[in-house]
Design a protein around this ligand. Sequence first.
Ligand code: CA
Length: 225
Amino acid sequence: MKLLIVEDESLLREDMSGYLTERGFDCETAADYREGYRRITESKYDIIVLDITLPGGTGIDLLRKLRTSSLSTAVLILSAKDSLPDKMKGFGLGADDYLTKPFYMEELTARLNAILRRRVTPVRQVTRFDGLEIDVDARSVSFQQKPITLTKKEFELLLFFIDNAGRVVSKRAIVEHLWGDEFGGSDSMDTIYVHTMNLRKKLIAHTGTDYIKTVYGTGYKWSNQ
Ligand code: CA
C-alpha cells in the first residue's frame, strides 16, 4: 500500500512514517502544502494522511486538488482540534475518515486499515440466502426465480444485511456503509429507517419472510428465524 503523509510537525511526521513503515505501508512524506501538492500531482497513492493546517496552504485545499484528478485515493484527515467546519468540508470533498490530534499510532493504523478494507471488499458475483438470489454485477435480486425490484440503496442495504447475517448491525454502521463515512446526524438516521422499512416490506411481499428484525435501541439483524 502506497501511503503519503502530509504533516508539517516533523516529530509527528517521522513517528507516523516509522510506525506505518514497520506495519508494511510504503510511506512517503511531505512537510508542507507545496511538497504535498507536488507529490500528489506526480505520483499515485492508495491512501493519504493529510494534516489540515500546513505552511503554504491547507489540507482541505490539497484534498480539493486531489479530487479533481483522483477519486480512488483514500484520504484520512488530521486536525489539531475537533473542528466541525473542517470536518464537514473534508467529508464534503470525499475524505474517508477524520482523526483529531493527539491520537495513538494504533488508532491511526486501525483507521487506515478500516478504510482500506472498505475499499477492497471483494465483490462476489452471486449471493444466495434461502431462496433469495442476488446478482451483484447485474444488481438484480430474485426470489425463487421471480425478480424483486429494489432501488440502488435498498440493493446495497440488502447486500450489507446478508453479509452480516445473524449479527446486529447498528444504524451508524449502515450509514457508514451506504454513504461512506458521514455525520450520522438525524437526517441520515431517518433515511436509513425509510430505506430499511421499504426493503423489509418488499421482501415480506415477495418471500413471505420478515428477514429484517428491529433490535430496539441498537439497529437491525438479518435472520430467517
Ligand atoms: Ca499542522
